[in-house]
Design a protein around this ligand. Structure first.
Ligand code: CMP
Length: 139
């Protein structure tokens, strides 16, 4: 491996509405290498486990319901400085505050329905990658 990893998800409505291909195209053209990828429909229990760090926050229950409302694409991406670069690339959590040209500005609709997820640290990138993938599923 020649860079660090980050974990992304294309969220349910972005996928359902057909933006998955355009989002992946932008991610790849921005220089992120896909090391693993899968289409998965999380159960509420799995979504709750993934976002366990937010348990107790006012938006947690709604987030869990939303993230288990349909299929998502989960992917491990590799690049130098991947966590920070990907967060810059996708834009602020709230699409209304995301910079022009970012994924969330283009495809996000609201704070919850913000098109994509990106890990917030190298440590969480590993934890989140292990949530979705066995090491044998990486290429
Ligand atoms: P994500 O980067 O996937 O991490 C947690 C998610 O919670 C976040 O994107 C948002 O989609 C969602 N969310 C909903 N409300 C809030 C909020 N008030 N603050 C932060 N995240 C929120």
């Amino acid at each position: 491996m020649s860079g660090t990893i980050t974990l992304t998800m294309i969220k349910p409505d972005a996928w359902r509405e057909g933006h998955g291909g355009a989002i992946l195209d932008r991610i790849i053209k921005a220089g992120f290498i896909v090391r693993a990828m899968k289409l998965v429909h999380l159960t509420p229990g799995q979504a709750g486990q993934f976002y366990a760090v937010h348990k107790g926050k006012p938006f947690y229950e709604s987030l869990v319901k939303y993230m288990s409302s349909g299929p998502i694409v989960a992917a491990i991406l590799e690049k130098d400085n991947s966590v920070a670069d990907f967060r810059k690339f996708i834009g602020a959590t709230n699409p209304a505050q995301a910079a022009e040209g970012t994924i969330r500005r283009q495809f996000g609709k609201s704070l919850e329905s913000n098109a994509v997820h990106g890990s917030d640290s190298d440590e969480n990138a590993v934890i989140e990658s292990n949530f979705f993938f066995n090491r044998t599923e990486w290429v």
